[in-house]
Every structure is written in C-alpha cells, then in structure tokens.
Design a protein around this ligand. Structure first.
Ligand SMILES: [Zn+2]
Length: 497
C-alpha cells in the first residue's frame, strides 16, 4: 500500500471512527501497525493442510478462518490474494555464519546482505553462531555479535554461543547467557588450535548446558587425526581442492559423532549434531537415539544434492565446494533424504558461510588448506528442499514445512512464536508459488557471493511474498523492507521431539 493510502489508524494516529480500544498508540519510532488479510490460500503447517484466510493484526496472526466476518475483512489495510499458492510459516535457518572471520578473511555476506538473501528465499529467522575468540568472555562474544547484527537485519535473528574456552569458574556467566535468550551452545571437535575444545571441556559444556535447560550443538569430527592427514597430504604435495575432501573422510565424522553422543550420554544432556553430511555419521546419531538418548541432528542443503565429484571441476572451481564437512560419495545422498523422511535427522539448515570465488577462495589457489571453508546457501534452502523432497521424492508438504521451519522452532526454543501459522504466532508468513519454474544463478540471487552452488539448476517453486512479523518485506521479486526490521530473538528452552 502506498503511503498516501495509510489510514489514521495504520500510522497510529487517532481517527474519529475508532473506539479508544481500537486505537493503538504509536510504536516508539512512529511505526505503523498494519492489518493484513491473506485470502484464498492453502495453509500448510507441519500438521495441517486446509484452505482459509489469515488475518494479521500488527505483528501477529489474530484470526484464521473461512468467510471471516465482514467487519474484520473491512479492517484490513491490505489484502493479499494467495489463490493457487501455498501459505506457509516463514522458514528458519538455524545454522548460518554472517560476517565471520575465518582463514584470514571474512565471510562475504554481512548481516544485511545475508538476511536480505534469506528473506528472498522465504527464510524469516536465522540463528548465527557467536564464536568465542581466544581471551574473550561469553558476554564480550555476545556483545560483539550484537554490534555486528543490530540494526542491520531484514529478518529476526539469534545466535548460538560457540564456546572455545570454559572453566567451571565461568559457570555463572553460563547462566547469564541463558537468561539473555541464548539457550544453545556450540562446540567444535575440529580445527585444533583455533576452535577445537578437548573432551574435558566438551563434558563441562554439555553438563552445564543440559542442567540449565539448554542444548549443546557439536561440529563432530576427529580434528586431531584430520590434522595429521592434512599434514601428510601437504608433505606429499597433494594440494588441489579435492584433497580437502580426502583429508576429512566420513569415518572421521562418524568418530566425532559417536564420541559427542557418548559424552552427552554420561553428561546426561541433550546433544545436536550440526551438518551431518554422510550416512556413517547419521548411523552413529541414530544409534544413540535408539538407545534412548536425546540426540538430534541436521543435514544441509548441499549434502542432499552434491557429491565429491564437484571437487574435480577444472580451473580451481572445485574450491567453490570447499566447506567442512566436505562433500562425500554420492551413495550418501539417498540415505540422508531417507534419514529426513524417517526422522533420523530433524531439520535442514545451510551452514551458509559464503566466500567469493574471486579474491577469497583464490587465497588457496596453490594449497587447499588456505581455501576459506564455506559456501552460500541461505537463499536456496526452502526451494531446494521443496524440489528435492516434495517434487522428486514425494515428501508431504507438512514434512517440508517441518524440515525447513517447525522442527527448528521447537528444537531451538522459538515455538510457537515461530514455526507455525496459528492465532498469536508471529506473522512470519511465506506465500509460496509452488508452480513457478525458474533457474538458480549467481546472476540473480541476492546473497553477496559471486557464485552459486546450484548454478543453472532448473527447479520449480519460489517464494512470491514474504512477511516478517506482519510486514511485507519481499513482494514481486523486490525487497521492500528496511534493515531495522529484524529483531534479536530471545529463545526459550529447547523442546525436543
Ligand atoms: Zn557452521
């Protein structure tokens, strides 16, 4: 709606036709509170599938129904026709890294470009990782991340706190983090000398997190053995991108997962394995959960479509796929999809951590160990899971919504504020054109990265309109929000399935 059409009510001014009760005082910044009606859509949540209209009052859904009363419809400042479209909860990507210093450079999406890219892809909440660099306290780490993200995000955001140093004397600081709404912690069993923690610290973090109602996320690999393998490859002058994959074989990930799950078991704490990329690691996770432990995990879009043959691309292009864990043999792809379908893995994230090919990936032109680890993906996930899951493998629409939104909302303490369409929930809503055919390309994506992992792939389905807390931020292929729309999301206790 153009500015000239705002009614007094929608900008928070008194209007004679309003009762006092209807009058909403202005937002501190003189923001408007609009009412929006989404008509004729097919609403899909993780459990439901029905045709109805959704009425949004300000930032939340206030009414859902068929043939809403005339006086309600009349109150709508804006009407969106979702005929022949799917109306789904905004997607949640619980694993991204914006503006992350890594390997002598910084990931190319900052919180602004990265969250705008996310919004185009139908993602309305992200969880980044506030990583404790050596010598920093937990609070300094969180403050550093707030300084990077605050006022720059197109969508709501939160962080997991990645702990690299933890002594029992820091216990109090731990509880303070939880009080701030950061209820998940991350540890690395990889990158010795940089982020890796020892098993004693792993045990401590898991125990403290679990006791406080939080959960520990683990980057699970055998970092020490991998370092030895890297050293041997470098000594043998095996320096091309493909050796990145050879230095981190699936069995090293399976080892990390088994160890993390067993330590979590004795720490009596929930554990969540990030970026599971291969069947061997998934089996270890499944084994722990079958034994009755609260052990969960995710995979990422790239592992569901790409395999290690991409490292053989000529002209150093294999470097585009250098992320950790690396791509593995293609025999892993179907087991991962099956794992999602049967609940061995709970959700799909991206581990979005882009570096431009020119100038950044090229840092490792002569040595794969210097290639910054990471790739772009936050914009593509919802559509790729629709393509690969719903279209190509017959997943239900409910499962698609669960994998891309609801499961993460529950696991990471945001449900039912996020992750569903229900009365009282935030109006984070995507109107998804599930018949639209399109081609993915770096030329048309909005992430700040000069290549796409899925360049030239033809897929069906695209977010048409995206609302973040009631405000339309993507419309007709354009970003129409503002960088201060996104708010820090205080999260609650994890809800494990
Ligand atoms: Zn990551």
């Amino acid at each position: 709606m153009p500015d000239s059409e705002f009614t007094g009510r929608s900008i928070g001014l008194w209007h004679p036709e309003q009762t006092r009760a209807e009058y909403r005082p202005c937002h501190p910044k003189w923001m408007f509170e609009m009412t929006t009606l989404i008509k004729n859509g097919r609403i899909i949540t993780a459990t439901d599938d029905y045709f109805a209209d959704v009425f949004i009052d300000g930032e939340t859904v206030s009414m859902i129904g068929k043939n809403l009363p005339g006086e309600v419809v009349k109150r709508a400042d804006r009407v969106i026709d979702a005929k022949n479209k799917l109306v789904i909860p905004g997607a949640i990507d619980p694993h991204v890294h914006m503006e992350l210093p890594f390997g002598g450079t910084v990931s190319s999406d900052d919180f602004k470009s990265g969250t705008i890219g996310a919004a185009f892809g139908g993602t309305t909440s992200i969880i980044d990782f506030a990583i404790q660099f050596k010598g920093k306290t937990f609070q300094q780490t969180i403050d550093d991340w707030h300084a990077k993200a605050s006022g720059k995000c197109a969508i709501d955001y939160s962080y997991h706190l990645a702990v690299t140093e933890y002594e029992p004397k820091h216990e109090k600081e731990f509880a303070k983090v939880i009080d701030q709404g950061i209820t998940t912690f991350k540890i690395f069993l990889a990158y010795p000398g940089v982020f890796m923690i020892d098993d004693q610290t792993m045990f401590r973090v898991m125990q403290s997190a679990g006791a406080a109602g939080g959960m520990t996320l683990v980057h699970a690999e055998n970092g020490i053995a991998i370092t030895e393998m890297i050293n041997n490859l470098v000594k043998a002058k095996k320096l091309e991108p493909k050796y990145h994959a050879q230095s981190r074989p699936p069995v090293m990930q399976a080892d990390g997962v088994a160890r993390a799950c067993k330590v979590a078991e004795v720490a009596k704490a929930p554990v969540f394995i990030v970026h599971v990329s291969c069947e061997a690691a998934m089996i270890e996770l499944q084994r722990s959960r079958d034994a009755g432990n609260p052990a969960y995990g995710e995979t990422c879009t790239q592992y569901l479509f790409l395999d290690e043959s991409y490292y053989d691309k000529p002209k150093f292009e294999g470097a585009k796929y250098v992320f950790t864990p690396p791509l593995v043999g293609k025999e892993n792809i179907e087991p991962l999809w099956k794992g999602l379908k049967l609940g061995y893995l709970q959700e799909v994230s991206t581990d979005h951590c882009p570096f431009n090919f020119k100038g950044q990936k090229e840092l490792g032109k002569d040595n794969f160990t210097k290639i910054p680890n990471g790739g772009p993906g936050v914009e593509d996930r919802l559509s790729m899971v629709y393509q690969g899951g719903v279209i190509e493998r017959g997943f239900t629409l409910n499962k698609w919504v669960d994998l891309c939104s609801t499961a993460s909302a529950k696991l990471f303490g945001m449900f039912p504020k996020k992750g569903t369409i229900a009365v009282g929930s935030d109006a984070d809503i995507v109107i998804y054109d599930h018949k639209k055919k399109r081609t993915i390309s770096a030329k048309t994506h909005h992430m700040n990265c000069d290549y796409s992992l899925f360049e030239g792939w033809k897929i069906t389905g695209e977010p048409q309109t995206v609302l973040s807390r009631g405000k339309v931020i993507i419309e007709n292929g354009k970003y129409v929000g503002s960088p201060s729309d996104g708010k820090f999301l205080k999260r609650g206790a994890v809800v494990t399935p």
